[in-house]
Design a protein around this ligand. Structure first.
Ligand code: TXA
Ligand code: MG
Length: 334
């Protein structure tokens, strides 16, 4: 059942979580598919509802920084500084886990991802219930993450107790996932909190070498990197050039049958099946992109061409998602 968020529902939401049921709730990044993190059976039903591989661990959401110590261990000053600066917010830190977190949540790793959302609805739920909520993004595994209620209802309507409507997700891309390795923060998944932001606080920040890799077979720091992700059902091609003429030519050269083009206004006059404007700033693109991938998919075009962005700041996160959405079908020209 979908409910428009109101604090009068907090008792019902708590009841659902206590009973091991699933809820879908808004955060500032994307919607989460949540259950009581301490209830193994409830967590199992998250994996089932999403069709998620059981070696891919879940993030645990908490109300306040002071709750972290109950579920995980802060081992050094770098971790402490990151927590002080970026939480609450669109930031997940991988910490050594305490035994109270069931192994199913962490996929048998000895670490757990901790996030403190700053969306007021997520915060109110966590604060009122005092239940740690394990939650992946609200989408069937492999599909674009859920950022709008209508998209989420199509996939989960009959699978969860409540879908809590908090309108469109503000940021639209999932949180930055960071693990401190040998004293250095390492971004396992880029997001709204950028590498530049982290460097300004702790002086250094590495990027996982797998952010743009196609065939990941070896052991990876973040199991989520291995899987096909964010993908529409139809074929996708990602193109990028910093030169507008080269970019337009790249698109024109690759048109195929009914091609839908997603990009900024520079591409609007290209003669194609459909043009979708994804916005002109990185913030707008991040907010819109997952929903637009779903829209483009709806009428089964022969090809979806997406315009890439520079891989700096928030652009790194956008490109990390798009490179997976296109299954590494990517052309870049100067
Ligand atoms: O913004 C977000 O992070 C959203 C909202 C709902 O909070 N959640 C989200 O969860 O994106 P999910 O499950 O779709 O993505 C979590 C990512 C996965 O790539 C997973 O592999 C990684 O975080 N992860 C979780 N726990 C980990 C751990 N202990 N070590 C390494 N990576 C971990
Ligand atoms: Mg996800």
């Amino acid at each position: 059942m979908t409910i428009k968020y109101n604090s009068k529902y907090l008792d019902d939401i708590k009841c659902a979580l206590v009973n091991g049921e699933l809820i879908i709730f808004p955060t500032e990044t994307v919607y989460g598919l949540g259950a009581n993190a301490l209830n193994e059976k409830a967590v199992h039903s998250i994996f089932k509802a999403k069709g998620r591989a059981n070696d891919n661990p879940l993030i645990v959401h908490l109300a306040n920084k002071s709750d972290i110590n109950k579920y995980a261990i802060i081992s050094n000053e770098v971790e402490r500084k990151l927590i002080d600066c970026f939480m609450p917010g669109p930031f997940t830190i991988i910490l050594k886990k305490r035994d109270i977190i069931p192994n199913i949540v962490s996929a048998n790793l000895d670490t757990v991802g901790i996030r403190i959302p700053n969306n007021y609805i997520a915060h109110n739920i966590l604060e009122f219930t005092r239940i740690p909520i394990a939650a992946p993004s609200a989408n069937i595994s492999g599909r674009p993450s859920g950022t709008q209620i209508k998209d989420i209802e199509l996939e989960f309507k009959d699978k969860v107790k409540y879908i809590i409507d908090g309108s469109e997700s503000e940021i639209g891309l999932e949180s930055t996932v960071v693990k401190v390795i040998d004293g250095v923060p390492t971004i396992l998944r880029p997001g709204f909190v950028t590498r530049e932001d982290i460097i300004s606080v702790v002086g250094e920040c590495n990027l996982s070498s797998n952010l743009f890799n196609a065939n990941i077979t070896e052991k990876v720091e973040s199991p989520g990197m291995k899987y096909r992700h964010y993908a529409p059902k139809n074929e996708v091609l990602l193109v990028y050039s910093s030169n507008n003429d080269t970019l337009c030519n790249l698109v024109k050269e690759n048109l195929k049958g009914r091609t839908t083009v997603i990009g900024n206004s520079v591409l609007k006059d290209i003669d194609c099946y459909k043009f979708i404007n994804y916005g002109d700033t990185l913030g707008e693109i991040s907010h819109n992109i997952f929903h637009l991938l779903r829209i483009a998919d709806q009428d089964n075009p022969d090809l979806i061409i997406i315009e890439g962005v520079p891989k700096t700041g928030l652009g790194l996160a956008i490109m990390n998602r798009l490179i997976r959405a296109c299954s590494y079908n990517y052309i870049e020209k100067d």
